[in-house]
Write a protein that binds this ligand. Structure first.
Ligand code: AMP
Length: 327
């Protein structure tokens, strides 16, 4: 069975963008592939050197993953730092990763610009750690967003280079798994662009109903269309995109017709949208709270996931040692 690996950084709560852009797809993948989903706590140190209580942050994301429906009976869900074998592979990969190529990675350059006071080696070697996370399980597929495409190219390059250097055909080249037509971009409601943590416009799965209503009612709109069937400017298009994601087709059609006939009342649209988001997130929010309260269960899930991931990683790293020449 083909192997899928994906990681998420524990640097905040999951929002609707994470859910519809990533997690929802994981739910399908866990039915079809051998999946390893990990919480990238080591990676988060490259940008958050003082994470405070890492364990609490990790637990928070784990509870959210489980609440979304990631099933520990179907997928191995584990914490990156529980699988030390990855570090050994990271070291070997770093020995054959070159300064020039690492410095040319766009996400490195961007982060270096954003945090000039902390351009650390972890940031520089982010792609080798990511490659290690992936190829430690000899993964075939990695579901990633467009922003990770270059890091995926690096992972393939490191896998290929290892094979070439040691004259083996050991690591498969991990492919980016694209969701094709199903790739959803969840918009922000603040006028332009996508929903994101750093954009400050995120609606979180853990938000309560009042918070969600407040966020949606603040969405940017305009004074309304002045002629029938007008094209929608971006802030309005974004509201409709959101309706398409969380509301019923009937609701979408109703407001679309109102817009086309210039009878739209944005206040009504926002109220409906807020209720549809609340209806969607409330059961997830309740499950997040339940899981969060059940630390015993969560620890068991993390332990079980780590055991599965370690078994897979150990098998790979033993082979790698032999291939390099450690006997
Ligand atoms: P981030 O929270 O920015 O690290 O995002 C983690 C993953 O969630 C990304 O790689 C995307 O797959 C997904 N994601 C985040 N924001 C959005 C969005 N607005 N629309 C669709 N997918 C998103």
């Amino acid at each position: 069975m083909e192997i899928v690996v994906s990681g998420i950084r524990p640097t905040g709560n999951l929002h609707l963008g994470n859910y519809f852009g990533a997690v929802k797809n994981f739910l399908r993948l866990q039915e079809e592939y051998k999946c390893f989903f990990f919480i990238a706590d080591w990676h988060s140190l490259t940008t958050h050197p003082h994470p405070g209580d890492v364990t609490a942050n990790v637990r928070k994301i784990l509870a959210e993953y489980l609440a979304c429906g990631i099933d520990p009976e179907k997928a191995a869900i584990y914490v990156q730092s529980d699988v030390k074998e990855t570090l050994e592979l990271y070291l070997y990969l770093n020995m054959n990763a070159y300064l020039g190529e690492l410095q040319r990675v766009t996400s490195f350059k961007e982060k270096a610009r954003k945090q000039p006071e902390n351009v650390n080696a972890g940031l520089l070697t982010y792609p080798t750690l990511m490659a290690a996370d992936i190829i430690i399980h000899k993964a075939d597929k990695v579901p990633v967003g467009k922003d990770q495409e270059q890091n995926m190219e690096m992972a393939r390059k490191f896998a290929r280079r290892f094979n070439m250097m040691y004259g083996v055909d050991f690591f498969p080249e991990p492919q980016s798994y694209s969701f094709g037509g199903d790739a959803v971009k969840v918009p922000g409601l603040d006028g332009s662009g996508k929903m994101g943590k750093s954009e400050g416009n995120a609606i979180y799965l853990i938000d309560d109903a009042a918070t969600i209503r407040k966020k949606v009612m603040k969405a940017v709109t305009d004074s309304g269309p002045t002629e029938p069937n007008a094209e929608k400017p971006e802030p309005i298009e974004n509201l409709f995109k959101m309706l398409k994601i969380v509301s019923s087709p009937d609701t979408y059609d109703y407001f679309n017709e109102k817009y086309n006939s210039c009878e739209i009342r944005y206040g009504d649209l926002k109220k409906q949208l807020a209720e549809d988001i609340v209806n969607f997130t409330t059961p997830i929010r309740e499950r997040i709270l339940d899981f969060s309260a059940n630390t015993e269960y969560m620890d068991r899930v993390a332990r079980q996931g780590a055991e599965q991931a370690r078994a897979s990683a150990d098998k790979t790293i033993r082979e790698v040692r032999k291939i390099i020449g450690f006997h």
